[in-house]
Design a protein around this ligand. Structure first.
Ligand SMILES: [Zn+2]
Length: 258
């Protein structure tokens, strides 16, 4: 028997000893055994990066421990020491790591927030463009009613897609995200319906009035961005405000000029 009973460890550690070291400078507690096991099972007891799959494992916090001060399933991923070091050095960025976590399937609540947020940004972008096209069609020198009808239906479709995207983000995010997303959606609904009613552009408005309405929207968009970044534990430079909006899920009808 290798150990006298009194000193025998209850059970061997599941992952690299470093994770369990009680003498870590920031006094972090050990990862609970069941959590470690859940994470290893999630990754199939291999490095979570699919092309690596090494079998010596450590547990890495996606958002650094120093920020969250907590061990939780969604923020932790099983990596081999090499991938872990590359991640710590920034060779693998945190957006990618969040994506690897999402691809493991069972976790990824945070990755869902991010993808719902990006989907909503893309949907808002397309909806906004469709509203602007409708407004231009209304004030054209020779209004083309067929074109206006098409522009309206595009606008309605984009509104529906945005509504779904907002609902997804609201269910993935927290109360603050829900509130701000709702506000932004309402702002767009107001813009879209006044355009359909031909009350926008409102030429009785001064430039200042128009700018202050736009500023309210911009502030809400920025607030949403900061709240999402904060929830994910991303710094401003790690989560760019704007990435390429995803392409429209449906092709434009043939023969439209835009
Ligand atoms: Zn690896």
């Amino acid at each position: 028997m290798p150990y006298p009973h009194a000193f025998a460890p209850a059970s061997p550690p599941l992952v690299s000893a470093a994770v369990y070291d009680p003498a870590m400078p920031d006094n972090r507690p050990a990862v609970p055994r069941q959590l470690a096991r859940d994470l290893l099972v999630e990754a199939g007891h291999r490095c979570a990066i699919p092309t690596c799959r090494a079998t010596t494992l450590e547990l890495a916090h996606i958002t650094p421990w120093a920020k969250t001060r907590a061990h939780d399933f969604d923020n932790t991923i099983a990596l081999c020491p090499i991938c872990h070091t590359r991640f710590d050095k920034g060779e693998i960025d945190r957006l990618s790591m969040l994506q690897y976590k999402a691809e493991l399937g069972s976790g990824g609540a945070r990755a869902r927030v991010l993808s719902a947020y990006r989907t909503m940004q893309g949907a808002l972008d397309r909806w906004g463009k469709s509203i602007a096209i409708l407004a231009r069609a209304h004030v054209a020198f020779a209004p083309d009613f067929y074109f206006i009808m098409q522009a309206r239906s595009t606008c309605e479709r984009e509104a529906g897609l945005t509504h779904a995207a907002v609902a997804d983000l609201q269910s993935a995010g927290d109360d603050t995200i829900e509130l701000i997303a709702h506000f932004i959606y309402d702002w767009f609904i107001h813009w879209a319906s006044s355009t359909v009613d031909m009350k926008w552009p409102d030429y009785s408005q001064s430039r200042e009035e128009r700018n202050s309405e736009l500023n309210i929207l911009h502030e809400a968009l920025l607030e949403l961005h900061l709240t999402v970044a904060d929830l994910l534990g991303f710094g401003f430079d790690e989560l760019p405000f704007w990435e390429e909006p995803p392409p429209s899920p449906q092709p434009r009808p043939l023969g439209t000029a835009y």
